[in-house]
Write a protein that binds this ligand. Structure first.
Ligand code: SAM
Length: 236
């Protein structure tokens, strides 16, 4: 397995990403956070692992929502430095790539990423994650920006290219050389099932009507799904 990419420790990327997170219409505030909270649901009394926890925003929310314990893990030192600015005795942060992490079997009730995760979860424990939707990743690094406008109809459409080419997509996001791993929807679902997960619920969310009313630009997120959210249960 190739070493995990750690682009968030790249100075220029980190600054660009943090500025994006602080901007008014960022996807985290408008789409990711509400959907993630919806899927994660009730965490009271649960032992939770947050893989790719970043600045710890979700860890804090889960601790405040009554989780018994929260472990946040991230490959980026810079992101964990931000998380450390709001220390919380209920949360333990670990600096590691998900690919290198190891925990005792049956340690968690909820783990917001595959492979060892099934082992780490208790039977019935949940694996909740979000990722860029395959419709987004397919054309990355091939045709950008992905929006094209049809001359005749004036319709603006999102381009999906090389959907069945399940390889790396290297493109520019704040800096050159950001790698995404494109997988088809069938591969994502089949990998979960093969690892022993039962899919409970999936979301392909857009912004709420309320937010769309305030910022009509968000209506474009109805044309194609930006993210895929999955809640899957570990079968015993
Ligand atoms: C888009 S940020 C999201 C942070 C956080 N989950 C949130 O919602 O605020 C993605 C995070 O995943 C981390 N990450 C990416 N690949 C990882 C890996 N293989 N192992 C651990 N962390 C990883 C990055 O360093 C970054 O902090």
């Amino acid at each position: 397995m190739p070493p995990a990419q750690n682009i968030y420790d790249n100075e220029e990327f980190f600054e660009g990403y943090m500025a994006l997170r602080g901007s008014e219409l960022n996807a985290n505030d408008t789409i990711i956070r509400p959907s993630m909270r919806d899927l994660v649901g009730d965490v009271r009394g649960l032992d939770v692992l947050d893989m790719g926890c970043g600045t710890g925003e979700m860890c804090l929310w889960m601790a405040d929502s009554g989780a018994a314990s929260v472990v946040g893990m991230d490959v980026s030192e810079r992101m964990l430095e931000e998380a450390a600015k709001e220390p919380d005795e209920r949360i333990t942060y670990i600096h590691t790539a998900a690919e290198d992490a190891s925990f005792e079997a049956s340690s968690f009730d909820l783990a917001p990423v595959l492979r060892n995760i099934h082992t780490w979860l208790r039977p019935g424990g949940r694996f909740v994650f979000c990722m860029e939707h395959p419709i987004m990743t397919a054309g990355q690094g091939i045709l950008e920006p992905g929006w094209v406008t049809d001359d005749e109809s004036g319709l603006r459409a999102w381009t999906v290219l090389r959907y069945h080419d399940e390889t790396e997509r290297v493109s520019r996001w704040f800096v050159d050389g950001v790698v995404r791993y494109h997988r088809t929807m069938a591969t994502i679902v089949n990998s979960l099932v093969a690892a022993g997960f039962r899919i409970k619920r999936m979301l392909e969310p857009h912004a709420s009507e309320d937010l769309e009313g305030k910022w009509p630009k968000l209506l474009q997120e109805r044309e194609r799904p930006l993210f895929l959210f999955v809640s899957a249960e570990a079968e015993s």
